[in-house]
Design a protein around this ligand. Structure first.
Ligand code: NI
Length: 135
């Protein structure tokens, strides 16, 4: 009997979407205002979903406090109030789209959460645009 535990988190970050192999026109056409050379910010909302059996001793799938700390230490500290293009290595050679940010977050968390537990994330870039990734 698998149960899913969900934890919400939040970070603010700046980015610019751009393919350096393309000229300004093509970048502008493809990425629109998200290609603004001077960057722009988003308020990202992250939902981390961990699923697995309920431990009969604790009644937990995962201790929420442990999950909270894992997200805080590994994701929020890494991305909050950062310029994703310039300040973190994750997007040195990758466009910091919501898709690529979601994949990066999942990969970081996957390494920190017990492999017997399922992991899925939802990343909101805006209220209406969000990405789901489960590996
Ligand atoms: Ni953007």
């Amino acid at each position: 009997m698998s149960v899913t535990v969900c934890r919400k988190a939040h970070f603010n970050a700046a980015h610019r979407l751009c393919n350096p192999a393309w000229d300004d026109n093509r970048n502008k056409k493809t990425f629109g205002v998200c290609s603004n050379p001077n960057y722009h910010g988003h308020n990202y909302d992250l939902i981390v979903k961990v699923s697995g059996d309920v431990d009969p001793e604790t009644g937990f799938v995962i201790d929420m406090n442990v999950l909270k700390k894992i997200i805080e230490e590994n994701i929020i500290k890494r991305y909050d109030h950062k310029n994703l293009n310039l300040d973190v290595d994750d997007f040195k050679s990758k466009n910091p789209t919501a898709e690529n940010i979601a994949i990066a977050i999942w990969n970081i968390l996957r390494a920190k959460i017990d492999s017997k537990l399922g992991l899925k994330i939802v990343l909101y870039e805006t209220e209406r645009n969000f990405i789901e990734y489960g590996g």
